[in-house]
Design a protein around this ligand. Structure first.
Ligand code: T4K
Length: 425
């Protein structure tokens, strides 16, 4: 069987010997179709999102709710929050942790409690909450470039950007990929800077035998519903200096020391009992969640590694226990035949909702456009224009992952550099 493709004939996939059908393009609907006008790979019946939260069995959660009903204690350091904190101390093998109602406030309070001020060198390639935490502390972000493999801060660029006003480095373990830990620690030590990690994506990541939270002066983990590990909303600080614990506890609870004393102008960033219950219950399944996600990563890697124009991050060092938080790919228009935005939109025709984490760069958002940026951010700009994070979550079946791969592969095979732009059906 032969399919007509704009200006030339294509054989079917079977004839091409790879089992993947070629497709016909026209200016109306340039996504894979049969001659009858239907999509050759059927769109998913239900939307496939970039992520879905893991949920514990409802009976387990209901049982926990019964305890909350019995206690009639909902927030303000209740018994379940205290139990959760203890479990996390065991998990991290550290007493220096503090729970919050979300990651953004955790980071904001972390910076405030450590007295960070002036300029902080940071990445423009992150979620906007990272930079907002600086803003709320009246700290000037100094954006420098990222490295091209894992998209984390480039230590050389950090060192070049240090000024007398620099007080800290705020790096992000983006997608759960560890930053250049040794190089950043070395710079921080030589220049007497605090080293702070936004580890929002990195729960469950280990380097050697240590949790990633043991690196640097402070790390923030997000327990938001979109994270592989979550407490619906939630955040955690892990820190080196044990004296900070008291300060963080004050800051998240209005600065109350006791009923009558307010020792600092804190805010309200407390975790509640239902969040803690979810956190405790999801923690029991963490290994399974990571195992399921790891199988998805493997499947994507095998199927996409040789697709022209799809670039994958290099395999992670064997020293790192990765959490498979995200599956980012870079799309090279010249080789793939579509640019990233075209692929993003075309996938939506198939009911696949990938995300452009992280585009645009933070310094390009209206609220940060006035921040002067000296670094040309060559890598970050290129990556932001090409990045696409594909669906990955524990309950996503491998057959669905395979279908997503087949869609991507067939799109690549059906498009060439001068293909028509996507027109939504
Ligand atoms: N630093 C970094 C590096 C971060 O990535 C983040 C947050 C933070 C700091 C701040 O931490 P938190 O203050 O959030 O704890 C999401 C999350 O809201 C945000 O937590 C996350 N990073 C960011 C990367 O992604 P959106 O606006 O893209 O999420 P949304 O609502 O579009 O959800 C994405 C998909 O997830 C949906 O299409 C469907 C699915 N979903 C989402 C929710 C909330 C569900 O299936 N169920 C759900 O309950 O920001």
């Amino acid at each position: 069987m032969v399919w007509q493709r704009a200006g030339r004939c294509c054989a079917t996939g079977a004839e091409m010997g790879n089992g993947i059908p070629r497709w016909r393009s026209d200016s109306q609907k340039s996504y894979p179709k049969t001659a009858g006008g239907k999509l050759m790979i059927k769109p998913f019946e239900k939307p496939i999102y970039v992520t879905r939260p893991f949920l514990p069995p409802l009976e387990e959660f209901s049982k926990g709710l019964e305890e909350i009903w019995e206690n009639r204690w909902l927030t303000n350091n209740g018994p379940i929050v205290r139990r959760f904190a203890q479990e996390l101390c065991n998990f991290f093998e550290s007493d220096n942790i503090c729970l919050f109602n979300n990651g953004t406030l955790a980071l904001q309070i972390g910076l405030q409690g450590m007295g960070i001020s002036g300029e902080v060198i940071t990445t423009p390639y992150t979620f906007v909450g990272t930079t907002h935490a600086l803003f709320w502390n009246k700290i000037r972000p100094v954006f420098v470039d990222i490295e091209p493999d894992y998209y984390t801060l480039d230590p050389e660029k950090v060192e070049a950007a240090i000024t007398p006003w620099t007080t800290a480095i705020l790096a992000v373990h983006v997608y759960g990929y560890p930053c250049k830990l040794n190089a950043l620690a070395d710079i921080a030590r030589r220049h007497n800077l605090k080293l702070i990690y936004d580890a929002a994506h990195a729960f469950g990541v280990k380097v050697g035998s240590k949790s990633i939270g043991h690196f640097g002066d402070l790390s923030m983990f997000s327990f938001h519903a979109t994270k592989l590990y979550h407490s619906m909303e939630g955040g955690l600080l892990m820190f080196k200096e044990s004296g900070l614990k008291g300060t963080f506890d004050y800051l998240k609870n209005f600065g109350f020391k006791n009923e009558l004393e307010v020792v600092m102008p804190g805010t309200n960033a407390k975790m509640n009992e239902i969040q803690a219950l979810m956190g405790i219950q999801v923690l029991k399944y963490l290994d399974e969640i990571i195992r399921d996600r790891s199988a998805i990563t493997d499947h994507y890697r095998v199927r996409l590694k040789e697709v022209p124009g799809i670039h994958l991050p290099p395999p992670i060092s064997p020293d790192v226990k990765y959490n498979h938080a995200y599956f980012p790919i870079e799309v090279d228009k010249r080789e793939f035949g579509m640019n990233r935005d075209q692929l993003y939109e075309t996938l939506q025709h198939y009911n696949v909702f990938s995300r452009r984490y992280f585009y645009p760069l933070i310094c390009d958002y209206a609220c940060y456009r006035k921040v002067s940026v000296k670094d040309p951010l060559k890598v970050a700009r290129r990556v932001a224009d090409r990045i696409l994070t594909l669906p990955i979550y524990d309950s996503l079946g491998l057959s669905d992952v395979e279908t997503i791969c087949r869609i991507i592969i067939s799109l690549q095979q059906g498009m060439n550099v001068d293909a028509n732009p996507i027109v939504k059906p």
